[in-house]
Ligand binder design. Structure first.
Ligand SMILES: [Cu+2]
Length: 119
């Protein structure tokens, strides 16, 4: 049986029209909001200079700038991971994300500050 081209075109248009509301409905569904996992520490952006590297504690002493609403400018110690510890030295200006984890302040995503200030 041969379907006339015109009838076939009509059928396709009808199908597309029928599907359209479904597509719109799916697109209108709000994305699932990823709520922060309970217990995840708040992280704050920090900028400062490393005044000492304490290898045996896997820590940096950082003289950081004021973190509005969180902490005034001060010099304090931050735990860092082994890779970060090796990647930086005393005198480096850095940015990072600080958070309170247990009894320690932790600095993550540490980057040279020069990379951040290139705007
Ligand atoms: Cu501080």
């Amino acid at each position: 049986m041969k379907i006339p081209a015109r009838a076939l075109r009509t059928a396709l248009v009808f199908t597309a029209t029928a599907l359209a509301p479904m597509t719109v409905g799916a697109a209108a569904t709000p994305p699932t909001t990823a709520a922060p996992a309970p217990g995840t520490p708040k992280r704050h952006t920090l900028r400062g200079i490393i005044t000492a590297v304490i290898s045996e504690k896997s820590a940096f002493v950082v003289k950081h700038e004021d973190i509005p609403g969180v902490m005034r400018a001060m010099t304090m110690m931050f735990q860092v991971d082994a890779a970060t510890l090796k990647a930086f030295k005393t005198g480096d200006t850095i940015t990072g994300l600080m958070s309170r984890q247990g009894n320690a302040w932790v600095l993550e995503e540490v980057k040279p500050a020069s990379a951040e200030s290139k705007k």
